[in-house]
Structure formats: C-alpha cells, structure tokens
Design a protein around this ligand. Structure first.
Ligand SMILES: [Zn+2]
Length: 140
C-alpha cells in the first residue's frame, strides 16, 4: 500500500490492520479495532520504567536513556544507544549501538549489533527478510 503525500501507512499493533495517518499524527484510534495507538516515535532520554511500550513508529533509546519495560512493540524499528531491558518485538530493523546494554528477547526482521554492545541475556529471533514481518505479531 503506497501512502499518499503527507501521510504514511501504519499497522495496528493490536489487530495488524493497516491504515493511513497524517504525517504529524501522534496518536490515533485504530479504525478496525478502535483501540488507542501511539503513532509517533517513542524517544527515551532518561531512566524510564514502564510496563510496556507500544508504537507504530520507532523506539529510540538515547545514550543516556535507560528503558525498563516488560514488553516493547515497535512497528518501524528500534535503536538502542543506551540501555534497554525488555522483551522486544519489532516489525522494523533493530540496531544496538556500540555502547548499548541490552537485556531481553528480541524478534525483528533485521538486526545489527555494533562491536562493543553488551548483550546480557535474551533470545534473538531474526526471520528471513522475505517473510512478512506481520507474522511476528505477538498479540497477547
Ligand atoms: Zn487495530
């Protein structure tokens, strides 16, 4: 599905329905399941303990950020430069930077880990690129 100018297509992390949102939309309700969706990127800049993070965008953990969560779902990818402790499902690429600390499971269509990154524990699953990332959907 190609997005119209100024819009982009997101996929609902509750029901996997795909729909267009405006470029500046921060959150919306899924037209299919009517549940609330965070559309914008989630940026972590400090110690952030939360139960879970869900976004149709990306999760970015800055070098001084530290995310402590049970579960993370990011539709467009995850970038960790600081520290992250969570079980992560991403439908986009996951990048773990050179000074990052990672603890938790990771499922993503692409994964890159820089030399120097510290992986403390976790089960990593990276299916082939040609598989539909939506198959990774882990609706609870
Ligand atoms: Zn939905």
């Amino acid at each position: 599905m190609a997005a119209r100018r100024g819009t982009h297509v997101v996929s609902c992390y509750h029901c996997a329905h795909r729909f267009e949102v405006g470029g500046k939309t921060q959150s919306t309700n899924c037209p299919e399941c009517n549940q609330r969706l965070i559309v914008e990127d989630v940026v972590i800049k400090q110690l952030t303990p939360v139960k879970q993070v869900n976004t149709c965008g990306r999760l970015v953990v800055h070098a001084k950020g530290s995310l402590l969560a049970e579960r993370v779902h990011a539709s467009e990818g995850v970038e960790v430069l600081g520290s992250l402790q969570a079980d992560v499902t991403s439908a986009g690429p996951v990048h773990i930077g050179p000074k990052a600390r990672w603890k938790g499971d990771c499922s993503a269509p692409r994964l890159s880990i820089d030399a120097g990154a510290r992986i403390e524990s976790g089960a990593f699953s990276v299916p082939r690129d040609d598989e539909d990332p939506l198959l990774l959907d882990t609706r609870a």
